[in-house]
Design a protein around this ligand. Structure first.
Ligand code: F6R
Length: 614
């Protein structure tokens, strides 16, 4: 949700900022802009649409050389995505320029106050208000840091602000409240970014900021203060992935690359989880065994794909730990007045660690004295920082807006959590846990096998280029897989797609079935005969009504063949782990179909990678 870059150093700021925006573009691509400090004046350029439009504008009208600058790539909240509303926004006298991620909730009253004072605001954004206020402060003699402190104290809402002052090229100043911002620490240069990919090609040393802090970067250093002006220190860390992880590696899309990275990502997420004695050990688990033994209810909160990972987790957690589990959409959670206490464990699943709905939900849970455990892929992000414990997934950076390896590694983390709880609570014997761990350790190989058969799925996708609706059916752990398959198709191919629990079909949705409608059916493994047999009946029912059934079936299950128009083979795995392989053909299908339809797979319309507004 908006990408932000700031730079001060010896290099050309324009190059550093544009390169940073390119890596952050997945966060929003409604417009992009830069502001440079050059010879006591601001040089700015901004354009609606993708970053390429801005680059073209700069190529046509080059900006002057400068070594201090800021940039922004936007996911629109206030005001249409046009040139006028694009960031950076200057103050009234074009002395300061400012970029913003988030929402300033009291912007209407601040705008009215400015307009009464004679300010002419040119855009519909909440951001421009902050730019004008900031300029008023610097023009009355404050330095940019002091000015920022004065302004943030007046703002309500969630925001990251980054600003430059034309009369002070030595610094870039930023503020953060409930919105992401990290500092990149270089030699003779320093960086600001919404996440580390903004500066990863220059430095892997980063500084994590706390809430309600203002940071000033100069060539010589970084200083941090709280909104009340008291000095603060951030947590310094080393980023354990490099530029190559943020490149496409010969693939046409980041998403496709990330799908093919899944065997590695799953293996990495399993790495180092067992002691030499064979016990499960989760090193970021900051909850004591006693605290975990006291847990008598688990509530999983998440959004979108992460929510579907939570749905799978419910089956594993309840089966292995016998603790009741609820799964709730983060955006709904706190509004239903959930029943929580100290013995409730709230598990927040978030790839980005910045999703505002999930963040607000965990804050609510903590006010009710519940312990919060985060499952997250982004080191240093807000959700794990505000949680009592965290299991990091090790997927590496996920750039494609549609989550793929993020989902698979979330599943792995959920299985690990369930097994760990089972170990601590004694609800499973050690050898049973060992057996599941061994099965999990075989999953990267199984996922490879599904990927190796990818061409068949691609051909299938190409046959569906004129399809306008698709259904997905699943049961048990295959039900969230069906939901995820449908979500991938909606967000990438803009096709009407729905996932259903196969048993629900006869209660209404079967009315949607008509001649030739493609219906993906995730068939449970044969080992679960009852489940599988019921699924087979569901497949027969839709086929009898003209559906074209595309069945994801484990190898060796030939009984399904008479009812399947297309069979996609899955490796033989336990039912609880089947989502790890079953979802992969659905990802490939959506990626390829969107490609042949001519859509931008990495940046689907209207979406952003990290949803930092509620
Ligand atoms: C879909 C997708 C989204 C995210 C959701 C939550 O492909 O990526 O549905 O899963 O926005 O994001 P995180 O996991 O970052 O909290």
């Amino acid at each position: 949700m908006c990408g932000i870059v700031g730079y001060v150093g010896e290099k050309q700021a324009q190059d550093v900022v544009i390169e940073g925006l390119r890596r952050l573009e997945y966060r929003g691509y409604d417009s992009a802009g830069v502001a440079l400090v050059a010879d006591g004046t601001l040089a700015t350029e901004k354009r609606a649409g993708k970053l390429a439009n801005l680059e073209k504008a700069i190529a046509d009208h080059p900006l002057p050389p400068a070594t201090t600058g800021i940039g922004h790539t936007r996911w629109a909240t206030h005001g249409a995505p046009n040139d006028r509303n694009a960031h950076p926004h200057p103050g009234a006298d074009r002395r300061v320029a400012l970029v913003h991620n988030g929402i300033i909730e009291n912007f209407a009253e601040l705008r009215a106050e400015l307009e009464t004072g004679g300010h002419l605001l040119l855009s519909e954004t909440d951001t421009e208000v902050a730019a004008h206020l900031l300029e008023v402060e610097v023009e009355s003699g404050a330095d940019l840091t002091q000015a920022m402190l004065a302004v943030v104290r007046r703002l309500e809402g969630a925001f990251t602000l980054v600003a430059v002052d034309a009369q002070d090229p030595s610094r870039v100043v930023a503020a953060r409240r409930n919105s992401p911002l990290v500092v990149g620490i270089g030699e003779g240069e320093n960086f600001l970014g919404s996440d580390v990919s903004a500066f990863i090609e220059h430095t892997r040393e980063a500084l994590e900021l706390g809430q309600d802090q203002v940071v000033t970067i100069t060539r010589a250093g970084v200083s941090v203060v709280g909104f009340d002006g008291t000095p603060a220190v951030g947590r310094r860390y080393h980023v354990d992935w490099d530029l190559s992880a943020a490149e496409k590696d010969g693939h046409d899309w980041f998403m496709r690359k990330e799908i093919y990275e899944q065997p590695r990502a799953v293996a990495d997420s399993l790495l180092g989880r067992r002691t030499p004695e064979g016990h499960l050990h989760l090193d970021e688990m900051r909850l004591s065994d006693q605290e975990l033994r006291d847990v008598d209810k688990i509530i999983i909160i998440a959004c979108g794909t992460s929510f579907y990972a939570g749905m799978v987790a419910k089956y594993a957690l309840e089966h292995w730990t016998r603790v009741p589990v609820e799964v709730e959409l983060a955006s709904e959670f706190r509004y239903r007045d959930p029943i929580l206490d100290y013995s409730t464990l709230v598990v927040a699943i978030s790839q980005s660690g910045e999703t505002a709905d999930t963040l607000q939900a965990i804050r609510h849970a903590r006010t009710q004295r519940s312990k919060v455990l985060a499952i997250c892929n982004t080191n240093g992000s807000t959700i794990p920082r505000e949680s009592d414990a965290v299991i990091y997934t090790h997927a590496g950076p996920e750039i494609g807006v549609a989550s793929t390896k993020g989902f698979l590694t979330q599943l792995v983390a959920c299985y690990l959590l369930a097994l760990y709880l089972a170990q601590v609570k004694g609800t499973r014997y050690g050898d049973e846990i060992d057996q599941v761990m061994a099965q999990l350790e075989e999953m990267p190989g199984h996922i490879e096998q599904v990927l190796a058969a990818g061409q068949t799925v691609y051909e299938l996708a190409r046959e569906h280029v004129d399809t306008r609706a698709v259904l997905f059916l699943g049961r048990h752990a295959g039900y969230p897989v069906a939901l995820e398959g449908a979500l991938k198709l909606k967000e990438l191919a803009y096709i009407h797609a729905e996932g259903f629990a196969a048993g629900e079909l006869k209660h209404g949705p079967i009315a949607l079935v008509e001649d030739g409608l493609p219906v993906f059916c995730v068939v449970p493994p044969q080992g679960r005969d009852q489940l599988r047999d019921k699924m087979v009946s569901g497949i027969q029912e839709v086929r009898a009504r003209g559906a074209r059934t595309i069945c994801l079936v484990e190898e060796g299950d030939d009984a399904i063949t008479p009812y399947a128009d297309v069979v996609i083979r899955l490796p033989k795995v336990p039912v609880l782990l089947q989502p790890l392989v079953a979802v992969v053909p659905l990802q490939l299908f959506a990626c390829e179909l969107a490609t042949v339809m001519g859509h931008d797979v990495d940046q689907p319309r209207n979406l952003a990678k990290s949803v930092t507004v509620e």
